[in-house]
Design a protein around this ligand. Structure first.
Ligand SMILES: [Zn+2]
Length: 350
């Protein structure tokens, strides 16, 4: 299936510091990111006498300057902040904005607790645990050192965290601007990602769970190293299959789109293709690090190595957990091999 099956009713993003109304009372705001993924979309919802902001941008000075510009142009106060998940480009300014405006932060418990663990570098969530996880999956010492040298990247992107929050959970319905929005939890990208669906307005704020052009990063963290994150992600996006075909999806990256069902199909096809590529590559037993160049055909900086390793491990775990590959310990390195090679050849018929 081709991406041309998606339609983009708002093909021009708002200029930096400006907003664009994409549905009554729902405003699109785009902030720059200092990565190859160079922007994030935030959604500003009119909420009675105030405003509700979904996601908050990376917690750095350039982003805060852009946010200042946006709020300076608005007379309504910010009353509520929703973080779809813990990643720094989504949670980075939640506490900073809350402190300035008195707004309350709303998010899922899994996201809040993981943010606290990463911020405070608790065992299993610290840089040392990530390095050990990637070493076990075959990453070389040079690239491990480069990752170690970056220190606590999370804390640089999320300099402060709220001491308390309002909990969002799957199936919760919250009223924003007189309209009901239902929380749909998704897995595989982060522990308890919240997407918001409003049936009355036919809008889905999908966060990172459903993106129009790039595929969502699926990640296996050091703290749950055997997880089938790909399986969880695919099961999660299937939960959007019940939404009406005319739903306008408001993603965190890329353009708003109509075509939720087509996009779900494309993502399944993409992951099936990945599985097939991996199985071919696993005719020889491989570590995750051996496969980086197969899956990512470009030079990777340390930031990208971290995502690429996590994603490769996720694909390997998916094959392993579903019977497509076996996993074994080879002198302190985890190797995977396609199962047809691991099994003895079939006995010829007499
Ligand atoms: Zn994310």
């Amino acid at each position: 299936m081709q991406t041309t099956t998606l339609s983009h009713p708002h093909p021009c993003p708002p200029a930096p510091g400006c907003t664009l109304e994409v549905a009554p009372g729902v405003h699109w705001l785009r902030l720059a990111l200092p990565w190859s993924l160079d922007h994030i979309n935030l959604w500003l919802l009119e909420d009675g006498a105030g405003l509700c902001l979904v996601d908050t941008g990376l917690g750095d000075e350039p982003t805060r300057t852009q946010l200042d510009q946006v709020f300076a142009a608005r007379t309504c106060p910010l009353g509520r902040i929703i973080a779809t998940h813990y990643h720094p480009d989504h949670l980075g300014n939640a506490e900073w904005l809350a402190q300035r405006s008195g707004a309350e932060v709303w998010m899922a418990t899994g996201e809040y607790l993981l943010a606290q663990a990463l911020f405070h570098q608790t065992p299993g969530h610290d840089v040392a645990a990530m390095l050990a996880h990637f070493r076990l999956h075959g990453l070389d010492e040079v690239r491990l050192e480069r990752l170690a040298a970056r220190g606590n990247v999370f804390r640089r992107g999320v300099p402060t965290l709220p001491a308390h929050y309002n909990r969002l959970a799957d199936g919760d319905v919250i009223t924003i601007g007189g309209r009901r929005w239902r929380c749909i939890v998704g897995y595989g990208h982060s522990p308890e990602h919240i997407a918001l669906y409003c049936d009355e307005a036919r809008l889905l704020i999908s966060g990172d769970m459903l993106l129009p052009r790039i595929t969502t990063n699926v990640a296996v963290p050091a703290s749950s190293p055997n997880e089938d994150a790909v399986g969880r992600f695919l099961a999660s996006i299937d939960r959007f299959a019940d939404l009406p075909a005319d739903t306008l999806v408001l993603p965190a990256h890329g353009l708003p789109f109509v075509g939720v069902h087509a996009r779900i199909g494309q993502l399944h096809a993409h992951h099936q293709e990945r599985d097939a590529t991996m199985q071919t590559a696993l005719e020889q037993a491989c570590c995750a690090a051996d496969l980086l160049s197969t899956l990512f055909r470009r030079e990777l900086d340390p930031h990208q190595v971290m995502f690429a390793m996590s994603e490769t491990i996720a694909h390997l775990n998916h094959l392993w957990q579903n019977g497509g590959a076996r996993r074994f310990d080879d002198h302190g390195r985890l190797r995977f091999q396609a199962c047809q090679n691991a099994l003895p050849p079939p006995t010829p018929l007499a």
